[in-house]
Design a protein around this ligand. Structure first.
Ligand SMILES: NC(=O)c1ccc[n+]([C@@H]2O[C@H](COP(=O)([O-])OP(=O)(O)OC[C@H]3O[C@@H](n4cnc5c(N)ncnc54)[C@H](O)[C@@H]3O)[C@@H](O)[C@H]2O)c1
Ligand SMILES: [Zn+2]
Length: 361
């Protein structure tokens, strides 16, 4: 088993990576001193698929388990479900040592982490991510949140999990579109920090799409390592280091929001966002056209979109200025300098942003 440790002094934790780990959940948690009574938050679909494996393993190692399900969609990341969970947990929590387990994708991970951050001013929680996006990105780093009507992820907290259990075997049942969405984030990691990952992705499409054990474990290890190191150096996103994880996300988020989170999923939207950021970097003469073409080719290789469809430039621009990344009305972009290296640039002229969006529409 590969273990990557995320070092944050008293908030440090292990990220365990290996196919088949889900049946070892209880064993992996038994020495962590996080409590005895696990409350597992999941949805019906995932409970049917993986619930018994988690439950049996927990009980085998002396834990009790209680499952609460939430709807299978972004709707679960709401104040309503958050409060309903807190009420249920507080009623259940009598003479117990409760900790939470998020068994699901980014939606369940964000919701569970947020509940864990506010219940009793913070209790322990564990991430068992079940989508590729959650395994390489959202389950690691302690960003938790729920959505408000006006915007996604507006209410949240930093609250690190006590362990992350990454079992790539769980991806076998993941719908192909969700797998591709996660691959959008994997491509992001390659462009921001790892040129060799970029080449690996270019040369191993078939193995990755068929979930070849070695290939998936390799890309997961590389992405998780990058995320862990970035978070270690800038846990609360105060030093501008964690910002690089937002490569492709400025225009990507604007696109998701302009389409009301319907047309593009996250990985699809950031794929277009990464191409636009790379094109802006070419316009500013900090990146070369040949490497831009390589990025476009890799995104196409993984059947991710490279063009914007069904939404106007003005709608995207409107969403862009409302984004958290527009600090005090000034824009901030993560731009590539080379494949494997990015920089943060502020105040990109609006005509350049508009020109790029039009070019890829
Ligand atoms: N906290 C962070 O740092 C961070 C980072 C990126 C994204 N996010 C958040 O993550 C969320 C998106 O997460 P996501 O892309 O994982 O989507 P998701 O959690 O909605 O899961 C996608 C779908 O796949 C299903 N599914 C999950 N695992 C499965 C499996 N193994 N087999 C079959 N079906 C499975 C789910 O039930 C769901 O229908 C968004 O809310 C986003 O804001 C958070
Ligand atoms: Zn993302």
């Amino acid at each position: 088993m590969k273990t990557i440790r995320l070092n944050l002094k008293t908030r440090s934790y292990p990220i365990f990576i290996e196919e088949g780990l889900i049946v070892k959940t209880g064993c992996l948690l038994k020495n962590l001193m996080i409590g005895k009574d696990a409350v597992v938050i999941t949805n019906n679909n995932l409970r049917k698929r993986f619930g018994a494996k988690v439950k049996n393993s927990l009980e085998k190692h002396g834990f009790t388990s209680k499952f609460y399900v939430v709807p299978d969609s972004e709707k679960a990341k709401s104040i309503q479900y958050c409060l309903s969970l807190i009420n249920k947990i507080s009623k259940y929590d009598k003479k117990k040592q409760v900790f939470l387990i998020a068994l699901g994708g980014g939606v369940i991970g964000d919701l569970t982490g947020f509940v864990a951050s506010i219940y009793k001013r913070g209790i322990h929680y564990i991430q068992i991510p079940t989508t590729l996006l959650a395994q390489v990105d959202s389950s690691i780093g302690g960003k938790t949140a729920i959505d408000l009507k006006v915007a996604k992820n507006l209410v949240g907290a930093f609250h690190q999990p006590r362990a992350v259990i990454v079992d790539p075997g769980l991806l076998k049942s993941l719908p192909k579109r969700q797998l591709k969405s996660g691959l959008g984030e994997v491509i992001k990691y390659a462009i921001i920090k790892d040129r060799s990952l970029f080449s690996f992705l270019k040369n191993n499409r078939k193995k990755i799409f068929s979930l070849d054990k070695k290939a998936i474990e390799l890309i997961e290890r590389k992405c998780i390592y990058i995320k862990a190191k970035v978070v270690e150096n800038d846990e609360f996103e105060k030093k501008g280091i964690r910002t690089i994880l937002n490569f492709g996300h400025t225009i990507g988020h604007a696109l998701e929001s302009a389409c009301e989170y319907d047309k593009y999923n996250h990985g699809e939207a950031i794929s277009i966002g990464m191409i636009c950021a790379a094109d802006i970097a070419c316009n500013l003469k900090i990146f070369n056209e040949k490497d831009l073409d390589k990025i476009i080719d890799l995104i196409k290789l993984y059947n991710l979109p490279g063009r914007i469809k069904g939404v106007t430039l003005n709608k995207i621009m409107d969403s862009l200025v409302r984004d958290k990344k527009f600090i005090q009305a000034k824009n901030r972009f993560v731009l590539p300098k080379a494949i494997g290296k990015v920089i943060v640039k502020k105040n990109i002229p609006e005509n350049i942003i508009r020109g790029t969006i039009l070019k890829y529409s």
